[in-house]
Write a protein that binds this ligand. Structure first.
Ligand code: NAD
Length: 475
């Protein structure tokens, strides 16, 4: 899920810090005796923020048993009471927004305004779930002829495991957590090891809002703890993360017939037609490619531009990127923050080296920036092609390739030349042309004259290696 246009951009200048009260409260979460610890670092400085108790296989099993035991009573709790918990949770997010934003920024390197945007955007998602849940839980009579009645009755799955990513931890966590809790499921939630303080904050606020301790349980740790979680007796596993991890999980869970939803990565393309305004398209797509330091599941990752406006588009794109302020994620005017995971720097460097070796034209950036912390310069390549890793594999950073095309046919062919299929877009003033082009593109969501956008009303669904299943919407 992404940020552009997700919520009001609060402009209050308040650099809240994680209060010791917040932390000491959060640290109580894992409760079993044999604990390891997880060190939380600030990716913008490399500094240790804190160590938190983490789970191991034994404590995960204990938590799963607690969740299983708690599920029937939660399912039997009236929907009005479950909804009241979520209404209080929403109010707590509003009341604590500054400290929650600062926590997320400290552990992920997300620019503080974008952290606020995510939290404000979350409110709309919660409102959507609250407004839809009653209708979704109604038993439908789909046939009745006097002698025979056929009904569809929604029932909870039971125990849900949610293994989550760090890039939009509130969005991707709550996309699963809120509907699962509202509909009578209990949740074992493993936040990413790169967004653990946020995950613990979600748990604290839910518990403070009346969700019983055993109905929502945070499971803390890295991939080994995620693997321990998936080994438990669960009724559904909802995963957001990379293709590589998603594929491993699918392989393990397949024979167990556990309901599985995978929200994975992408290499999302956009085509700018010759009748589009090159400057407006460039400004919009630079934001789509670089928002959240390019670490969005539906970041624009490939751009194709018609040859007749290619030079104008590239010039406007480079100019826009030059205006992006790189710096301290806690500063109000920062647009490009830190790279959350240090190993991604090597991935970005390799894509740059490969693109240069194959003849791409480097127009901005191309290197790490001086530390401490994980920093990469906003990077723009022109004259790229599909022999380059930059145009084939998810970059997940502030880097983009812009390729010249000579026709709509060529653009569609290139957009579909990928193993992924999360989102795709077209820029043209001509709606019929946009619809015609987008109908030919293999992607779960398509955009006309916009990009990098997620709505709670629309189903998020990947095709190909971007995943299986749906998130958000009434589906
Ligand atoms: P990741 O796959 O490295 O980690 C995701 C989660 O899986 C983490 O909580 C991690 O601890 C856990 N994990 C790791 N190994 C595991 C294992 N063997 N078994 C069980 N769990 C394991 O991904 P990430 O770096 O956190 O997230 C970035 C990726 O997520 C990108 O590819 C991005 O595109 C994708 N993403 C997709 C969406 C979407 O809606 N489609 C949204 C956000 C992010």
């Amino acid at each position: 899920g992404s940020g552009a246009g997700q919520g009001a951009d609060a402009s209050r200048r308040c650099r809240a810090r994680i209060s010791s009260k917040t932390l000491s409260h959060s640290l109580r979460e894992p409760t079993s005796p044999s604990m390891t610890t997880l060190s939380i670092h600030n990716p913008a400085t490399g500094a240790l923020i804190t160590d938190v108790p983490a789970d191991d296989a034994a404590s995960v099993a204990t938590k799963a048993a607690r969740a299983r035991a708690a599920q029937p009573a939660w399912a039997a709790t009236p929907l009005t009471a479950r909804k009241a918990c979520i209404v209080r949770f929403r109010a707590a997010v509003v009341a604590q927004l500054e400290v929650l934003a600062a926590t997320m920024t400290s552990e992920t390197g997300k620019p503080i305004k974008m952290s606020r945007n995510e939290l404000n955007g979350l409110l709309g998602r919660i409102d959507f779930f609250l407004s839809e849940v009653d209708a979704q839980l109604v038993t439908q009579t789909v046939f009745s002829d006097g002698g025979m009645t056929e009904q569809i009755q929604p029932t909870p799955l039971g125990v849900i495991a949610n293994i989550s990513a760090w890039n939009y931890p509130w969005f991707v966590g709550c996309n699963v957590i809120i509907p699962a809790l509202l509909t009578g499921n209990v949740v074992l939630y493993k936040p990413s090891e790169f967004a653990t303080l946020t995950g613990l904050a979600i748990a604290r606020l839910l518990h403070d809002s009346g969700v019983p301790q055993d109905v929502f349980i945070a499971v803390i740790g890295g991939g080994d703890v995620g693997a321990a979680l998936q080994a438990q007796e669960i009724d559904g596993l909802f995963f957001t993360g990379s293709y590589a991890t998603g594929a491993k999980i699918a392989q393990t869970l397949g024979p167990r017939m556990v309901k599985l939803q995978l929200e994975l990565g992408g290499k999302d393309p956009t085509y700018v037609c010759e009748d589009a305004d090159p400057r407006l398209a460039a400004e919009s797509l630079a934001d789509g490619a670089m928002y959240n330091t390019g670490q969005s599941c539906c970041s624009v990752e490939r751009i194709y531009v018609h040859e007749s406006i290619y030079d104008a588009f590239v010039a406007a794109f480079v100019e826009t990127v030059a205006g992006f302020k790189v710096g301290d994620p806690a500063s109000e005017d920062t647009y490009i923050g830190a790279i959350t995971r240090a190993p991604q720097l090597a991935v970005l460097e390799a894509q740059v080296a490969d693109a240069r070796a194959r003849g791409a034209r480097l127009l901005a950036g191309g290197t790490r920036l001086k530390g401490p912390g994980n920093w990469f310069a906003p990077t723009v390549f022109a004259d790229v092609n599909h022999t380059m890793e930059l145009m084939r594999e998810e970059s997940f950073g502030p880097i983009i390739g812009i390729q010249k095309v000579t026709s709509d046919v060529e653009a569609v062919k290139l957009m579909n030349d990928t193993r992924y299929g999360l989102t795709a877009g077209v820029y043209t003033p001509n709606e019929a042309r946009a619809r015609g082009l987008l109908a030919q593109v293999n992607a779960g969501s398509v955009f006309w004259n916009c990009c990098d956008r997620v709505s709670p009303r629309l189903p998020g669904c990947g095709q190909g290696d971007s995943g299986v299943g749906l998130t958000l919407s009434t589906y």
